[in-house]
Design a protein around this ligand. Structure first.
Ligand SMILES: Cc1ncc(COP(=O)(O)O)c(C=O)c1O
Length: 325
């Protein structure tokens, strides 16, 4: 181990436990801090150190595959059916045959959570095209590979939920629906990564991506909302976005909250002049935005309606879902 690197082995168990709760990579190559994590791979639960994919897998060679990011709350997998349905839709769109039924995939997710005691965590469900030749032809790949990681995630530091995020609009245009439709949650996230690079290099943790018409699409891994008076606005799917599962839940909760919810084409003007702005996503959950392109949003703190929706979302998420048996 090099100077300046930390090993959890020198800390007492309580610290290891703490690192595990944060789900931070506490040792190179290990996200569990110990060799405890079990990865689901093609029907089997195997130790994380043995969970490997081939260098000939087209998921790695070409980003050819699909995935889902899912959360568990309070011993239940949140919106599991919706995630599995979106996975199968993404796979259908790229003509990828998942060698399992949707019910089988759901069972595998629950089984992986149970094996890792991932009662409040983050799950990554991945299907790659599988091992093929060095050419592009996906039909030469023998069999799709399915793996599931049940761990944790802390996308943004906790204090950012109190203080709010700053966003910058970036030059990287969201993928054209006619090219790689953003509705497909594919393993090819370079479009989003390029936007993320621009955001970070501009001192922000998140970006606003526009579509080729200059309309607001979404953030790099989250959907975007604006509140104006009693109206909640968000770009429609046709703006070129991933139809977020958190987005759909929040829209329903907003109706219960008495808001007029609309899917509208939005420009940057609508964002700058909004009373409140927030992002939604499985990893991010609901997080307020306080600054966009150096325009202060509202009073510069996450807005009251945003905070209410955030609270409602957490209460809803921790009281529903598929039990982890
Ligand atoms: C590009 C993009 N937009 C939006 C979202 C939010 O979707 P969800 O709420 O289903 O996680 C994600 C996350 O999966 C994403 O990657």
């Amino acid at each position: 181990m090099g100077a300046g690197t930390w090993s959890v082995d020198v800390f007492p168990v309580t610290v290891k436990h703490f690192l595990r709760l944060l789900a931070l990579p506490s040792r190179a190559g290990s996200f569990s801090g110990e060799k405890l994590m079990k990865i689901y791979m093609n029907g089997k639960l195997i130790p994380e150190r043995d969970a490997k994919v081939s260098v000939f897998d087209h998921g790695l060679l070409y980003g050819d595959g699909v995935f889902e990011g899912i959360r568990s709350y309070n011993g239940r997998v949140f919106k599991l059916d919706e995630h599995v349905e979106r996975l199968f839709d993404s796979a259908k769109a790229i003509d990828l045959k998942i060698p399992m039924t949707p019910a089988g995939v759901s069972r595998a997710v629950v089984r992986t959570c149970a094996a890792n005691k991932t009662y409040d965590g983050y799950i990554r469900l991945v299907v790659t095209r599988g091992v093929g030749t060095l050419g592009l032809n996906p039909y030469l790949c023998k069999k799709a590979q399915v793996f599931i990681i049940a761990a944790g995630i802390q996308l943004y530091p906790k204090k950012l939920y109190e203080e709010g995020l700053r966003l910058v609009t970036v030059g990287t245009v969201r993928n054209l629906a006619e090219a790689v439709n953003p509705r497909i949650k594919s393993l090819n996230y370079l479009n989003n990564i390029l936007a993320k690079i621009e955001a970070i290099n501009n001192g922000c943790m998140e970006a606003i991506m526009l579509n080729s018409r200059g309309e607001v699409a979404e953030a790099t891994g989250d959907n975007l909302f604006v509140i104006k008076g009693k109206t909640l606005l968000t770009p429609p799917v046709e703006a070129g976005i991933l139809e977020g599962i958190t987005r759909n839940v929040v829209m329903e909760l907003a109706v219960e909250e008495g808001l007029d919810v609309r899917e509208n084409t939005l420009s940057r003007y609508d964002i700058y002049t909004g009373d409140e702005v927030f992002l939604t996503g499985t990893a991010a959950e609901v997080i307020g935005v306080v600054d966009v392109d150096k325009r202060k949003i509202g009073n510069g703190k996450p807005g009251a309606i945003t905070r209410r929706l955030e609270k409602r979302f957490r209460a809803f998420a921790s009281s529903t879902g598929t039990p982890i048996a």
